[in-house]
Design a protein around this ligand. Structure first.
Ligand code: DGJ
Length: 698
């Protein structure tokens, strides 16, 4: 995967199937040259041209790799700074590059001020995905104040407009896909509430004519869990660009003398079709993004008691649930909200991370021992960045929450956000979780974050608008420190469901909570959106008793959907019949059998519920010897749908065998992909799981 340096400062980043080409021109401008299929490397050159006229300038037109604000450049910039003397323009000169087989760094510095900018790129063997990020260094003594810091800028090939796919989600409707055709002006996708949010997503998927199987797709995902902004635009020369990075809304970053700022990374690539894109990013995230300790390990089947008992946890009801969960094959028992302080509803006790003695008279030990004796690991819920006004912590430290003395604090979910930029708050948060993990046999932390920020006063900061960035940095740092000290503990990022389920969270946490909406019908849409640019194995999916319609779908339907990620159980098992418990037992056993394929295989999205009335996802093992297809439909109209099921992703030259609808099939991979088998999908809650195996020659 070489970085190729050509003469005249042209740099070719060669991945498995693509070239990403950039350069530095003789005037010191960083220039974008190509992103797409490989060409003859001798052909790549930098073009020179002048201003079109006094209203359309060279700088505005130029395809740059990373555009700084200044001079006659008026479009969206990637970097804007104010120097101590009040100058608000950056003017860069090129200082040279550093490179090796997989890395390239281009170094620039301001012509008049002590600022260095480095554009960094990293290639990964076997992938068409590249990481890029920037480094800023203040080589002077006085702070340089940044008004905007993007992490990357992209220029897209060709002149026709691109469609940018993002999400337009909400709590309970995370990852709901949305598209914007950008043929002029700008489309902005962003978050402003402190987290990466349930609404838009810090990623883009840009295409003209593409579907699951074909068409050129350009994608990028920002590894950052805070306020982000993506601005996609198309200019009067028909050039499409996208700038992606930290949101400049209420933003400031004062870079002190001598300080180095390394931006979050953007992972980007090119693919043929959305399916290929998702499979690339899935494998890439497992290999290079998820924290190493658990990345290549299958995630356990967990039970979480939140849907079963809400805040009414106590030692007895948790033990009862644990016993039933263990009996059905659950491997990890997670106690959710309600175990601490005076917590009986969301009105109180966030911040008081000591065990509630009425609920747990003998401390956590009795429950944890029971869970361990039942053969399961124990996990626990915390929401460490928050505090209720009605808590001992807030009474002792009212100044620890973001606030303005002159403004009424908005208590969303009756809680306030702790000022994580305060060193004493960081130490407090580290200490409470460190104590929990040191004193108890806890193997799993579910780290929640249930409201956006408001009244964001941070009197400790000279530049309070830095709090958005510093807050997220503090969270990452604390999680990393905890993981270093407690390496056997897995962490889950939860934010009222999937409000912080981005690649930044997944660089520090081992998995994410996908959505509080566990309704299996709605999950068909949510999980599809999730799967576009995130790793399947990190997607927690529970079977619960939630129903938004009339009654919960049959257990078989709920399992069908939840088994397509990292399976969890969340229903009130004490109310399950023996028959239901047996069904759970059987499905969990089946899940354990197919888990390596679901969590580490290749996903082919064959039918989707919105367009086809039927969901069909086919997960294929890497060696293509085994696969599992999930087919589900909450209801087909007119009571009939006779369709061929086609199984993409198998080896076309091998033969496979499986059972379906009482019939045994033996077919080639080619036949299964091209012709398929007949299925009669009808009625409410149709669901099937087909396990396909290579037919071994005797
Ligand atoms: C929101 C989470 O998404 C839920 O799973 C649960 O943990 C609740 N918070 C607890 O308050």
């Amino acid at each position: 995967m070489p970085v190729i340096l050509k003469e005249n400062n042209v740099f070719i980043l060669e991945t498995k199937n693509t070239h990403y080409v950039l350069g530095v021109d003789k005037n010191g401008y960083n220039r974008h040259i190509h992103w797409g299929e490989k060409c003859d490397i001798n052909d790549y050159t930098i073009d020179y041209f002048g201003d079109e006229n006094s209203n359309h300038t060279l700088l505005d037109e130029m395809k740059q790799e990373f555009t700084v604000f200044g001079s006659t450049m008026y479009r969206e910039c990637a970097l804007k700074a104010e120097f101590p003397d009040g100058c608000r323009e950056i003017s860069l000169k090129y200082d040279g590059c550093e490179s090796d087989e997989n890395n390239l760094s281009l170094k620039f510095s301001d012509r008049a001020y002590p600022l260095e900018l480095t554009l960094n790129y990293r290639l990964y063997d076997g992938f068409d995905i590249i990481a890029r990020w920037i480094t800023l260094k203040n080589t002077g003594k006085h702070p340089i104040c940044f008004e905007k810091i993007a992490c990357a800028e992209f220029t897209f090939p060709g002149v026709k407009p691109y469609t940018f796919a993002n999400t337009n989600g909400a709590w309970g409707a995370e990852f709901t896909q949305a598209q914007a055709l950008v043929d002029g002006g700008r489309a902005v996708f962003e978050s402003r509430g402190g987290g990466s949010s349930h609404n838009n997503t810090p990623q883009f998927i840009a295409y003209k004519n593409a579907d699951e199987k074909s068409g050129e797709v350009f994608f990028a995902s920002l590894a950052y869990s805070g306020n982000f902004k993506i601005t996609a635009s198309r200019d009067l020369y028909s050039v499409t660009r996208a700038v992606i990075g930290l949101n400049d809304f209420d933003f400031e970053y004062a870079l002190s003398g001598g300080e180095i700022f390394e931006s979050p990374k953007v992972y980007f690539g090119r693919a043929d079709g959305f399916g290929n894109m998702s499979r690339q990013m899935n494998d890439f995230a497992v290999a290079h993004i998820l924290p190493k300790r658990f990345a290549d390990k299958p995630l356990p089947v967990l039970f979480n008691a939140w849907e079963a008992v809400g805040f009414n946890v106590n030692c007895e009801n948790q033990k009862a649930l644990a016993s039933l969960a263990a009996d059905m094959g659950v491997e990890l028992f997670v106690m959710d909200d309600g175990w601490f302080g005076q917590r009986s509803s969301d009105w109180a006790a966030l911040g008081d991370w000591y065990v509630n003695k009425e609920k747990f008279p003998n401390g956590l030990g009795e429950l944890i021992d029971t869970v361990n004796d039942l053969g399961m690991d124990f996990g626990i819920w915390v929401e460490p960045e928050m505090v209720n006004a009605n808590s001992d912590l807030f009474r002792a430290h009212p100044d620890w929450a973001y606030h303005y003395n002159t403004r009424q604090a908005s208590e969303l979910r009756h809680q306030l956000v702790l000022n994580m930029t305060l060193p004493e708050v960081q130490e407090y948060v580290f200490a409470i979780i460190d104590d929990l993990l040191t004193n108890n046999n806890i193997k799993y932390i579910k780290w929640d974050f249930n409201r956006p920020f408001s009244e964001t006063g941070a009197q400790n900061l000279k530049n309070p608008k830095m709090l958005w960035y510093l807050h997220i940095k503090a969270v990452y740092d604390i999680v990393d420190r905890l993981k270093e000290k407690h390496p056997d503990v897995a962490f889950e990022s939860c934010a009222s469901g999937g409000g912080r389920a981005d690649l930044g969270a997944l660089s520090h946490f081992d998995q994410v909570w996908t959505s509080d909406n566990t309704d299996a019908v709605d999950r068909m849409v949510i999980q599809k959106g999730y799967s576009m640019l995130r790793p399947i194995k990190a997607m927690r999916a529970w079977v619960t008793d939630i129903n938004w319609y009339s009654k919960p779908a049959p257990l078989s339907f709920r399992f069908n959907i939840a088994m397509q990620g990292a399976l969890g159980i969340g229903g009130n098992l004490t109310e399950y019949s023996n028959r239901d418990l047996k069904i759970c037992r059987e499905y969990i056993a089946l899940y354990k059998e197919i888990r390596p394929i679901v969590q580490f295989g290749d996903l082919y999205r064959i039918l989707n519920i919105d367009d086809d009335e039927v969901l069909m996802n086919h997960y294929v093992s890497k060696d293509k010897t085994k696969s599992v297809a999930f087919i589900a439909s909450d209801g087909t109209r007119l009571f009939k749908k006779r369709i061929p099921l086609r199984f993409e992703g198998l080896d076309k030259d091998r033969r496979y065998t499986f059972e379906f609808d009482g019939k045994t099939y033996e077919k080639s991979g080619a036949y299964l992909a091209e012709v398929g088998i007949p299925a009669h999908i009808r009625g409410a809650y149709y669901n099937k799981i087909i396990i396909i195996e290579e037919k071994k020659e005797r």
